[in-house]
Ligand binder design. Sequence first.
Ligand SMILES: [Zn+2]
Length: 316
Amino acid sequence: MEKSERQPLSRLASRRFTAVAACTVVAVLLLGGPSGAAGQGAADLIVNVTHRARALHPGEIVVLHVRTSEAPAALEASAFGAALRFFPAGPANVWSTLVGIDLDVEPGDHDVALRATAVDGSSAETDYTLAVEPKQFATRRLTVEPRYVDPPPEVVERILRERDQLAALFPVSTAVRYWRDGFVRPVPGRANSAFGRRSVFNGQPRNPHSGADFRAARGTPIKAPNDGVVVLATDLYFSGNVVIIDHGWGLYSFFAHLSAIDVAEGDRVRRGAVVGKVGATGRVTGAHLHWTVRLNDARVDPLSLLELIPDHGGGR
Ligand SMILES: [Zn+2]
């Protein structure tokens, strides 16, 4: 069977599955032998999909678990236009992947297309539906220096260049997965859960807040939440001194407003390594740590990452 071939039976099963999955998390039985007919192949692959998330809202991370009746030769999936990569979650037939629901995703049903291929070449396909529910984000009003609301003409070119630089960086999904085990908090302080808030600076609405702000005094060391490679360590107009860590497989940490940068681009960092210090550079009202997480270019709440893939103290 060609890998790209869709078996009619799989489609039928997918439709039935989608209808059921809309109301609850269920297991599904898919039959797709080399002949494409049920009961004829010796090794019909059974695929069971479940998910774990704080909620199915814009800005949340979803951990998808896929259990197959036998260790698969290949697992392929895509969600929100991005290809997903699977990491082992225990036995050889259980795999997980991370899905990011961007802040701008419209509420409603969004399918994760999934294909599992058995060692004998037979495969099963399904769509796993994520029923994204709307979320109202609060609005916050801040007062900052006027040059961060109406930038002087001489910096406009710089602002556009930096915007393009970041826009080109986050969609890149590095083929290596650097992150492993759990994610640690970059600073000890509490986050004020400002993710997703609509921001109004000096009376003018701006983009929603795509990170979490952590209370921390100027000079507090900032720890890498997990292993990765530093892909940007520089001064940006709005974000001040920044460090961006590529954790691999499309996952990035972006720290802003630093008073000091302690790493350089290209550095390999380990979880817990100090990458810089908390500050108040760029468009801020005071010292704090701004942490943005991007997953396959989706803007997601860093707190969902800490909660879903926590560090259990077994780290370095
Ligand atoms: Zn912030």
